[in-house]
Design a protein around this ligand. Structure first.
Ligand SMILES: Nc1ncnc2c1ncn2[C@@H]1O[C@H](COP(=O)(O)OP(=O)(O)OP(=O)(O)O)[C@@H](O)[C@H]1O
Ligand SMILES: [Mg+2]
Length: 461
C-alpha cells in the first residue's frame, strides 16, 4: 500500500503549553527559553498543516540560547527533541575551527543527523517486528533440533482431501517450550549462516549498526549470491543471529530510509554548542580566518542546502538549529550578519539560585537525590535526605559556585558524590543500617571543611 511518507510520520501535536509542562518535569526555571523552544516546536506542526507551496516558504526560527555553563541549555534542547521524538544531534561549533574541518565538514552535521534518524526509525521498526522475528527464529531452531515428521492421513471426509499431519508434534511442542524458557540456551547447534553478515553481527550484536546493515545487505544480499557457511554455536547465540536475519526480512529498509530522511528534514534538531567561540573579534585582533570561515561554512547549512548522504540527498532548510553559548567575551551581534539573521530568536538563561538548586535536587523526575536513593535501594538501603540537608547542599553548591567557579547545576553532582562517598563505599559491607537519614549536620561534617579551604574545594568539589 503506497502511502505518502508525510502521513506516516506526523509531527506530534503538542501545544506550547503542553511542551512547557513536559519540560517542567525535568528543567527548573528558564521560562523564557522554554517558551521559545515550545513555539519553535509547535511551529513545525503548524507548518505541517499548511498547504504545499506556502509550506515550503515557512522556515524555522532558529534560536540562540545565551547563558552561563550548567544552567540547562543543552538539557532543554535534548528534552525537547526527546518529547518530539525528533532526531537530535549535538555538535560543538568550536570543533569546526580546526584547519581541514573548515568547509567540507560542516556538512557532516546533516549526514550525522540523517544517520541518527535512520537508526531511530530502524530501531522503531525492528522493535515492532521483534516478537514475530523471535518466533520465526525459534521455529527455525526447532526445525533443526527436531525436524517435523509428516505423514499423510486418509481424509476423514470427502471435502478434506489428503492431509499432512505432524506425528511428532507433541515432542516438538515440549522442546518449543524449553526453547522459549531458555532451557536449551547452552546446547550447540550447527546451521547455515549467511556468511558475511554474521561475522559483523558477532562484533556488533544482533541489530548491528545501520551502515553495516545496509552495506551488508547491498553487498552480499543483492550482488553476490547468498553465501552460506556452516557454523556451530550455542542456541542462545544462534537465536540472536537468526532473529536478526528474520527481522531484516520483515522490515522494509527502503521505506525506513524514506521516512528517516523525511523525519530528519522536517523534525530534526541540531544543537550547536559554543557558538560564541566562533563569534566575532576577528577585526580587532587581525583576521581570524578560521572563525569567520566556520561561520561562512555554517551559513549555507543553516540557510538550507542539499547535502549528499549515503542515503541520498537531504535538505537542511527545515531542520531546527538551536545554538548555545555563554557569550562572555562576545555577543550574538559579533556573528556575521547573515548568520544573525538565521538565528532571529535570542533567549537568555538565568544563573541558578540556591532556591533553584533545592528544586533541581528534588523535583525533576530524574532528580539527583532520587537517582541516589534508587541506586542505594539496589542494596536494600533506604536513604532519605531531610529538608535541612537539602537546604544545606544547595547552600554549599551556591557558595562553591561563587568562590571557585560557577558551573551551575553541575556543582550538585560533584558535591553529592563527595557527600555520599562513604555511604556508597560502605554499603552493604561496613554499613549495615537499612535506613540512612542525611541531615544538615552530616552535610556540614562532610563538606564544611572542604568549602572553607578554597584550594581543596577547587580539587574536590
Ligand atoms: N534548570 C535546570 N533544571 C534542572 N536541571 C538542570 C538545570 N540546569 C542544569 N541542570 C542539570 O545540570 C547538568 C548540566 O546542564 P546542561 O548540560 O543543560 O548545561 P548547559 O547549560 O548546556 O551548559 P554548557 O554551557 O556547559 O554546555 C545537567 O545534568 C542538567 O540536568
Ligand atoms: Mg551544554
Amino acid at each position: 500500500m503506497p502511502k505518502k511518507i508525510e502521513n506516516e510520520f506526523q509531527i506530534k501535536s503538542l501545544t506550547p503549553t503542553q511542551i512547557v509542562q513536559e519540560l517542567n518535569k525535568h528543567i527548573i526555571g528558564q521560562d523564557a527559553a522554554k517558551r521559545a523552544v515550545s513555539i519553535a516546536l509547535r511551529n513545525r506542526w503548524r507548518r505541517q498543516q499548511v498547504q504545499h507551496g506556502l509550506r515550503e516558504e515557512i522556515l524555522p526560527n532558529n534560536i540562540i540560547l545565551i547563558g552561563p555553563t550548567g544552567v540547562g541549555k543543552t538539557e532543554i534542547a535534548r528534552r525537547l527533541a526527546k518529547l518530539a521524538n525528533a532526531p537530535f544531534l549535538k555538535v560543538e561549533a568550536s570543533k569546526y575551527t580546526e584547519v581541514g574541518y573548515v568547509g567540507r565538514d560542516v556538512e557532516s552535521m546533516v549526514r550525522e543527523i540523517t544517520d541518527i534518524s535512520v537508526n531511530m526509525v530502524k530501531s522503531e521498526k525492528m522493535e515492532l517486528v521483534q516478537a514475530k522475528a523471535i518466533n520465526l527464529a525459534d521455529e527455525k531452531i526447532l526445525d533443526m533440533l527436531i525436524p517435523p515428521i509428516k505423514k499423510s492421513v486418509k481424509p476423514d471426509s470427502v471435502e478434506n482431501g489428503e492431509q499432512l499431519v505432524e506425528t511428532n508434534e507433541s515432542t516438538r511442542e515440549k522442546f518449543r517450550v524449553k526453547l522459549k524458557n531458555s532451557e536449551l540456551d547452552e546446547k550447540m547447534i550447527e546451521f547455515d549462516v549467511t556468511a558475511e553478515p554474521t561475522a559483523m553481527m558477532q562484533v556488533f550484536g544482533p541489530f548491528g549498526p545501520d551502515d553495516l546493515g545496509i552495506n551488508v545487505q547491498e553487498l552480499f544480499g543483492n550482488v553476490l549470491p547468498k553465501k552460506k557457511k556452516k557454523r556451530k554455536m550455542p542456541i542462545k547465540e544462534a537465536r540472536n543471529i537468526i532473529t536478526h536475519e528474520e527481522s531484516q526480512k520483515l522490515i522494509d529498509m527502503d521505506g525506513i530510509i524514506k521516512e528517516a530522511i523525511y523525519r530528519a528534514e522536517n523534525s530534526g534538531i541540531i544543537f550547536i554548542d559554543e557558538i560564541d567561540k566562533i563569534a566575532g573579534e576577528s577585526s580587532k585582533h587581525g583576521p581570524d580566518v578560521s572563525r569567520e570561515g566556520v561561520q561562512r561554512d555554517l551559513l549555507p547549512i543553516v540557510e538550507g542546502s542539499t547535502v549528499n548522504t549515503k542515503y541520498g540527498p537531504v535538505r537542511s532548510d527545515h531542520i531546527l538549529f538551536i545554538a548555545s553559548g555563554a557569550f562572555h567575551s562576545s555577543k550574538p551581534s559579533d556573528l556575521i550578519p547573515e548568520l544573525q539573521g538565521r538565528f532571529p530568536i535570542r533567549v537568555e538563561l538565568q544563573s541558578l539560585t540556591e532556591d533553584d538548586f533545592i528544586k533541581i535536587l528534588t523535583l525533576p523526575e530524574n532528580a539527583l537525590l532520587k537517582q541516589y536513593a534508587a541506586l542505594l535501594k539496589s542494596d536494600n538501603v533506604e536513604v532519605e535526605f531531610d529538608e535541612t540537608s537539602i537546604k544545606e547542599i544547595a547552600k554549599v553548591a551556591t557558595e562553591v559556585n561563587e568562590q571557585v567557579e560557577n558551573i551551575g547545576a553541575r556543582r550538585l553532582h560533584t558535591i553529592l558524590t563527595t557527600l555520599l562517598e562513604d555511604i556508597l563505599f560502605g554499603v552493604p559491607d561496613q554499613i549495615k543500617e537499612k535506613k540512612i537519614v542525611i541531615n544538615k549536620k552530616l552535610v556540614e561534617d562532610k563538606l564544611t571543611s572542604i568549602v572553607k579551604n578554597r584550594d581543596l574545594s577547587k580539587y574536590i568539589l
